[in-house]
Ligand binder design. Structure first.
Ligand SMILES: [Ca+2]
Length: 170
């Protein structure tokens, strides 16, 4: 019984520590993600909905603000990002939102700007609603974009397309 209580006390302490760590992280993020940045998950995001530009310019736009184009390693992060985009683009403007991923270096090998491999297939890339499975543009599409007309599924488009930057800093 005593041993069980001791274990329980340890668990409570660990949980408390975890909560404090999480609160501290959130406070740090709120200090970092000052307007126009928003706290999204464990990062600051900035969707510049009114600023259309090509992919390279979008990267510069983000880096001049202390970040870079967004990357998302998993479906949960992707869902958080989509929820943020929808909260900004409330009028559902038909825009393409640049992300930090391309296959410019080696055709068909999609990499994040961090060098990591990008996820493929659902739920990331579009494949429904009359669109062929994405990415589908070969050498004509080397930059990743979240395509609003296809509910922000990933599409590959020409890197000189006029998209809007989605910046991230952590
Ligand atoms: Ca390509």
């Amino acid at each position: 019984m005593a041993a069980t209580l001791t274990t329980l006390a340890h668990t409570v302490t660990e949980l408390k520590d975890a909560v404090v760590t999480k609160q501290t992280l959130h406070q740090t993020l709120q200090t970092k993600c000052l307007s126009p940045w928003s706290v999204v998950g464990e990062n600051c995001l900035l969707l510049a909905l009114g600023d259309k530009m090509n992919w390279a310019a979008a990267r510069q736009f983000c880096s001049s603000r202390g970040g870079d184009l967004v990357v998302f390693p998993d479906a949960n992060t992707f869902a958080e990002i989509l929820s943020y985009i929808n909260s900004v683009n409330t009028e559902n403007l038909a825009v393409g939102v640049w992300v930090g991923g391309s296959d410019e270096e080696v055709e068909g090998v999609w990499r994040w700007i961090t060098g990591e491999a990008m996820p493929r297939g659902p739920p990331f890339w579009g494949s429904t609603d009359g669109y062929a499975p994405e990415p589908g543009n070969g050498r004509a599409g080397n930059c990743g974009i979240l395509w609003q007309p296809d509910r922000y599924y990933l599409h590959d488009v020409i890197c000189t397309y006029d998209g809007v930057p989605l910046c991230q800093k952590s």
